[in-house]
Design a protein around this ligand. Structure first.
Ligand code: HEM
Length: 313
């Protein structure tokens, strides 16, 4: 097909894999909303002048999800999981962080991802399509162990690390800037189930487990950033960064379920392009394409055009 893929092409490809079902997010269809608080460390303020990073405690809305577009997928099925966080700033505006369990993205471009979705469409020719995809996108071979790891079944939404993948430019009060990648690290450490243990779990065990976990107190994540070195790509979410150092920029405490949002006409969208002063999106084409595809998904799930409420792509 000629020309770059469009958000509608992405939605059609997702529908081919069983996602984009009416009334649900096209991907990450099954998920649960929680409330929490976030408090930044002094290092955060040194790296960015964003108001939610000034050390005061701000409210957050969190959504954990299964990556699939199937809203009835059993929680014990292997697959990528998502963790999205919306921070409320002192002026009432919000900024979002959107992460998932894969350490690197499967492609450097939206086209590569949509081609992969097309190859994954279930059916008798799927193995041939997947083999064809691998031959034309050999870089994916290197990413297979990362994908395998990302698809593991976590013992809890609170026992797996989530990654933001895209680079964002953090600008401090003096105008100094650096590119960073986001990681949300579970304070409980990482814990996974075997495939057979996963199959033995209840249909919604991740949400049930999280309710139980919350009864013993807040569930904590550390917000860590990796700072780009001179050779690290700020536009390719499938490229590894050489640097291994992480800086903890804050603590997220998930305190309980959210009972107010997404009732009636209320729409919640976690959009990684929703930044704030002190944080700028990189030129990563996947990051920019996501925002447009999320608008297409919102239209599909709610009938509402995000129009100017969508962050600029
Ligand atoms: C071209 C690449 C991608 C496409 C086409 C895509 C597509 C989608 C769509 C259509 C949705 C539903 C949005 C909504 O209705 O609100 C979604 C949700 C989500 N995506 Fe992506 N995505 C892409 C890349 C990524 C990446 C790189 C990440 C993580 C770094 C990610 C993490 C998430 C998460 C966490 C959600 C659920 C948000 C929520 O809980 O509301 N996606 N994605």
């Amino acid at each position: 097909m000629a020309g770059p893929v469009t958000p509608d092409d992405a939605i059609a490809a997702i529908r081919g894999t069983g996602g984009a079902q009416p009334g649900y997010r096209a991907l990450h269809a099954k998920g649960t909303l929680y409330r929490g608080t976030f408090t930044a460390t002094p290092e955060a303020q040194r790296l960015s002048r964003a108001r939610h990073l000034d050390g005061s405690t701000v409210p957050t809305l969190i959504r954990f999800s299964n990556g699939s577009g199937n809203p009835t997928q059993p929680d014990g099925a292997p697959g990528v999981r998502g963790m999205a966080v919306k921070f409320t700033l002192p002026d009432g505006s919000t900024t979002d962080v959107s992460t998932q369990t894969a350490r690197l993205f499967v492609s450097s471009t939206p086209d590569g991802f949509v081609d992969l979705l097309r190859a994954m469409r279930p059916g008798p020719t799927a193995p041939i399509r997947m083999a064809g995809y691998l031959l034309t996108h050999p870089a994916l071979f290197g990413a297979l162990p990362i994908l395998r790891a990302a698809n593991r079944i976590p013992a809890s939404y609170g026992t797996v690390e989530y990654h933001g993948l895209h680079a964002f430019r953090w600008v401090d009060a003096d105008g100094g800037a650096r590119f960073v990648r986001y990681h949300l690290w579970p304070a409980a450490g990482e814990q996974f189930l075997s495939g057979s243990a996963g199959r033995a779990t209840g249909h919604d065990f991740l949400t049930e487990e999280f309710s139980t976990r919350l009864r013993s107190g807040p569930v904590r994540f550390e917000f860590r950033v990796q700072i780009a070195g001179p050779g690290d790509s700020t536009v390719d979410p499938s490229a590894r960064w050489a640097g291994t150092g992480y800086t903890t920029v804050g603590t997220l405490d998930i305190t309980g379920p959210d009972t107010e949002r997404e009732h009636g006409d209320d729409i919640v969208v976690f959009d990684p392009m929703r930044v704030t002063d002190g944080i700028e999106p990189s030129a990563d084409p996947v990051l920019r394409f996501r925002s447009q595809t999320y608008s297409a998904s919102v239209k599909l799930r709610t009938g509402v055009d995000r129009g100017p409420t969508a962050p600029p792509a």
